[in-house]
Design a protein around this ligand. Structure first.
Ligand code: ZN
Length: 484
């Protein structure tokens, strides 16, 4: 036992302490599945494991609670495995080493802590065996592989859930209740291109856009940050139109779900047009700095001369690509009417890469809390890419959870919070994916809410859990379950 098992509420911390000793990397959940199955057996609770590895453990209703609706407590059993480079640690074998910091947090020693979502699991297990409280029937669902593919939620087995109310225990801000998330879909275009011999009178340059803030393509999409691919396209498109610019290479962005922070292009300009190009370039740089003065203070645009390049894209390939990149929408497409301030639908132009064998791959993704709006955004992007000569494929995508500010579960949770802490909780939805959207696909009548204690630095070795918020989280969970 480590020191954290003495923290309050002890029932939760003891279980969290046990969970941190069980290795549970995403896609390697065998040991934690066995831990959960043994826990159920040991406490004489019915349990079931589906083919994907998701585990449900059931607690029958207390005598005074017969006939109350079944409540689902949901958490995920896998954790992100990140460590500092100077730490020797095997996530498939070694127990996490939790420690209490002087300022009231629990963190691990040079690794992720796995409070995302180990603390949610611990609360669910603690409630399954709580003896000091009369409870309705509970179903504690523990999913696999939330972090790297939502695999468990995607493949939730038949008959795993019977409850109508689901409390997701995977949120990171005490005092906030989450009632919605966005679904997503990727739209990838492959533009075939041909090259031709460069004209003899071309001078070649390279432009680099760097220093952008970037961020998550869902959570940060409304923050007014620049998209490096869009910004660079703007210069190239005008260059093609005004000074006969001829493109050789375009390379921008990287991660599928990130706002791109860098983009680079190599191109030629006819020698007689070089002066005009630089006028255009200077104007572009000034405009960009002016437009992104507040959101991109470190924006850096640089140009340098390049040696003579033997080939450029042919005129038709260049026109198709640049018109598609210029025309494709990017950023916020619609704000939610149900939840003021929430982005409802968005799209992000994630990367542009020249691949082998004459293709340029352009990756984008669309998000929306409304499935119809998500597919429509993907259709819009597809249309523009195909008009430019691209061949489009979409990923399967995953559904959103459209916020319902009038649901019974939210009303109960809000009242319980107010009664316990004398304060209104914040009600929020996020513009990123959660498992909840997928549960709705199989169980369309579920009412859901998500809350948890305060975590910071998740998915990094700085991950930490604020001790005082665990007590509030536990109290709220008990109160909500008995009042639904
Ligand atoms: Zn999580």
């Amino acid at each position: 036992m480590s020191a954290i098992s003495k923290l309050s509420p002890q029932a939760v911390w003891e279980l969290f302490d046990q969970i941190t000793r069980v290795p549970r990397p995403s896609k390697k959940e065998g040991q934690i599945i066995r831990f959960l199955e043994n826990f159920a057996t040991e406490h004489h609770l019915e349990h079931k494991t589906d083919q994907t590895g998701n585990v449900v453990i059931r607690r029958p209703a207390s005598p005074s609670m017969q006939g109350r609706p079944v409540v689902v407590l949901q958490s995920h059993m896998d954790m992100v495995c990140e460590k500092n480079s100077d730490v020797v640690f095997d996530f498939e074998k070694d127990p996490i080493q939790p420690q209490i910091t002087p300022d009231g947090w629990v963190k691990a020693t040079g690794t992720t802590l796995g409070a995302d979502d180990g603390i949610g699991m611990a609360a669910a297990l603690a409630l399954l065996i709580a003896q000091d409280i009369e409870l309705p029937a509970l179903e504690a669902l523990f999913t696999v592989d939330e972090e790297t593919g939502l695999t468990g939620a995607f493949n939730l087995g038949q008959g795993m859930l019977t409850g109508r109310y689901l409390i997701n225990l995977d949120s990171e801000d005490e005092g906030e209740l989450f009632i919605g998330c966005a679904g997503g879909i990727d739209t990838v275009a492959r533009f075939p291109y041909r090259t031709e011999e460069s004209a003899k009178n071309l001078a070649f340059f390279r432009v680099d856009i760097t220093g952008l803030t970037g961020g998550h393509s869902g959570d940060d999409i409304e923050k007014g940050r620049a998209n490096s691919n869009k910004l660079l396209t703007r210069l190239l498109w005008r260059g093609a139109k005004e000074v006969q610019l001829r493109l050789c290479k375009f390379d921008g962005g990287n991660l599928r779900n990130a706002i791109p922070r860098e983009a680079h292009a190599v191109f030629g300009v006819p020698v007689p047009m070089v002066k005009a190009f630089f006028e255009l370039y200077e104007a572009f740089v000034a405009e960009a700095h002016e437009e992104y003065r507040l959101t991109e203070p470190n924006l850096d645009i640089a140009v340098c001369e390049m040696p003579y390049q033997t080939e450029t894209l042919d005129a038709a390939s260049q026109r198709g690509l640049l018109y598609a990149l210029q025309g494709v929408p990017n950023g916020v497409l619609a704000m939610s009417q149900a939840m003021p301030g929430l982005v409802e639908t968005s799209t992000n132009l994630a990367s542009v890469k020249f691949k082998e064998q004459g293709t340029i791959e352009v990756v984008s993704s669309q998000r929306s809390s409304l499935d119809g709006a998500r597919f429509n955004a993907a259709a819009t992007v597809e249309s523009v890419f195909e008009l430019g000569g691209g061949k489009v494929i979409h990923s399967d995508g995953y559904p959103g959870w459209n916020p319902n500010p009038d649901s019974h579960i939210l009303e109960v949770t809000r009242q319980c919070y107010q009664k316990l802490f004398g304060q209104e909780p914040r009600v929020r939805a996020i513009h990123a994916g959660l498992e909840c959207g997928l549960f709705l696909q199989k169980y369309p009548d579920l009412q859901m809410v998500s809350f948890g204690p305060t975590l910071r630095g998740v998915h990094s070795p700085d991950e930490r859990l604020e001790i005082v918020t665990v007590e509030k989280f536990w109290k709220l969970l008990r109160e909500v379950v008995v009042n639904l």
